[in-house]
Design a binder for this molecule. Sequence first.
Ligand code: G3I
Length: 386
Amino acid sequence: MHLLRIKILLLLTIGTSILFSCQNTEPTQKELTTKKEKTTLKDAYEEHFLIGTTLSKQHINQEIPKAAALIPREFNAITAENMMKWMNIHPAKDSFDFSMSDKFVALGQQQEMFMVGHTLVWHSQLADYMNEMTDKEALEAHLKNHIETIVGRYKGKIDGWDVVNEALNEDGTLRESIFLKVLGEEYLEKIFRWAAAADPSAELYYNDYNIEQPAKRKGCIEMIKKLQAKGVKIDGVGIQGHWSLLGASIKDIEDSILEFAALGLKVDFTELDITVLPNPWDLKGAEVSQNFEGSPFMNPYPEGLPDSVQVKLANRYQSLFELFVKHKDKINRVTFWGVHDGHSWLNNWPIKDRTNYPLLFDREFNPKPAYFEVLKIGQAIDPPVN
Ligand code: G3I
């Protein structure tokens, strides 16, 4: 009996001390060091969402030493900017070119990056021979082989696939792509199923621009619901995020996060950039075929961004990241479409050879005021303990 009482006392003492040590909120030296060291984007957001960038050929070949150092320091996710697009990876009917995509994957593995394959099925940047593929059976077999070959090659390596890119019109209806015309609406269901079978562990996304806009968002939700009702695996939606200083509105973006998350999907911002140049046509999104004449008026900052605009850009990024942090439980990844301003596609769209400033790093790879805003917001989520 006496022995039993001693045992109970001993257990109680051990239990209490475990409980006490758990309740002790004093940070350990290791925790203190870790929190203070969150001086890069990926570290500042590491417990909340991934911070990504897109890699082009020159990044993968590590041709620019400053970019080669900056990318693994600031980012923990990479997307293939162009090398996995149809015309590059599947340039001839019976041959693939994996030279760049293999290098992309090898670099990503070496740097322990979350890797996104972009993109399996897109109406744009197709190889020329695709225009002749008007036979339903032949196109279907070709598409299946395209997906199985590419996803299968990178099984267990590429973490997520933009299975289909930009399949919707602005009014939310399905785009009249070669895939829709020849195969009918069922092509969507099929490509997701083929991708899931080729790598069951990869995340599968629908990716598009302007899907934060109400009409297109509605169409996107209907399309995804239909796929889900058929038992198709779709893990996330990629809101591209090609925006300007003025739009999209925070309300539309917030509504989109909530509505897409309500479908049980992960929400990713997959191609974020903010144009600061004139847009008299009020173009939204990223329809790559849009092209206009240039003029000095349309290219107002060839020698550098005025401080006043720099501040507007920083404020815009601040509002966006405050929103992302508010909904960090629903957001999985925020990827910038480019590493630095000099590299952005927005220097050439919708007018060629302009000087745009849409990203967080300038042409010399130095962080801009917008970078420090974004960093500060990330650091503040988990305030350092003094
Ligand atoms: O590599 C060739 C080069 O050899 C040639 O001399 C040069 C002449 O124009 O063209 C080079 O290819 C260009 C390629 O970018 C690489 O710089 C293509 O012309 C150009 O069309 C291509 O633009 C890409 C565009 O998609 C179309 O594929 C942009 O880099 C890329 O940022 C952009 O990305 C898209 C996403 O995939 C989907 N969402 C919208 C986003 C922005 O448009």
